[in-house]
Design a protein around this ligand. Structure first.
Ligand code: ASP
Length: 151
């Protein structure tokens, strides 16, 4: 697969991000939430680096409120415990999912570039990112489908 290296995101060719990250969040009809994230990491990563994706609470998290899968600069995501923070903000601040992800992205990343896909136990779907774009899609059981890259 080849990507146009002239297209950039966060000052890097979009190919740095495009081919390797797959996150998924789901909710079932009884409100059960699950999340998973797969990543090849970032280009030029250090040997043996472990990113945020396999770290529960950092890049991936699900509980009885929501499911969250993150992408972007793993070190910033880990420092922020970004995925868990979305759930904590919902629980402790009483915010709805979209407001919780907006808050986490704005307040917790400390300059890092990242984003997340999320779904709540009630089926609310929300995205948040502070990068120029984030590849994403959504499908529901009644046939609704959408994809997006930009804001
Ligand atoms: N978050 C990943 C990492 O830092 C990169 C990605 O797949 O978005 O390893």
């Amino acid at each position: 697969m080849s990507f146009d290296t002239r297209i950039q995101m966060n000052g890097l060719p979009i190919s740095v991000y495009a081919p390797e990250t797959v996150g998924c969040v789901v909710v079932d009809s009884s409100g059960g939430c699950a999340a998973t994230t797969s990543s090849g990491g970032l280009m030029n990563k250090k040997c043996c680096r472990i990113g945020d994706s396999p770290l529960i609470g950092a890049g991936t998290y699900a509980c009885d409120l929501c499911a969250v899968s993150c992408t972007g600069e793993g070190e910033a995501i880990i420092r922020a415990t970004l995925a868990r923070d979305v759930a904590a903000i919902m629980e402790y601040k009483g915010l709805a999912l979209q407001k919780a992800i907006n808050y986490a992205i704005k307040e917790r990343l400390d300059g890092g570039k990242a984003g997340a896909i999320t779904v709540s136990k009630d089926g609310e779907v929300a995205y948040g990112f502070n990068s120029n774009g984030m590849f994403r899609g959504c499908a529901t059981e009644d046939g609704f489908m959408e994809v997006g890259i930009w804001e």
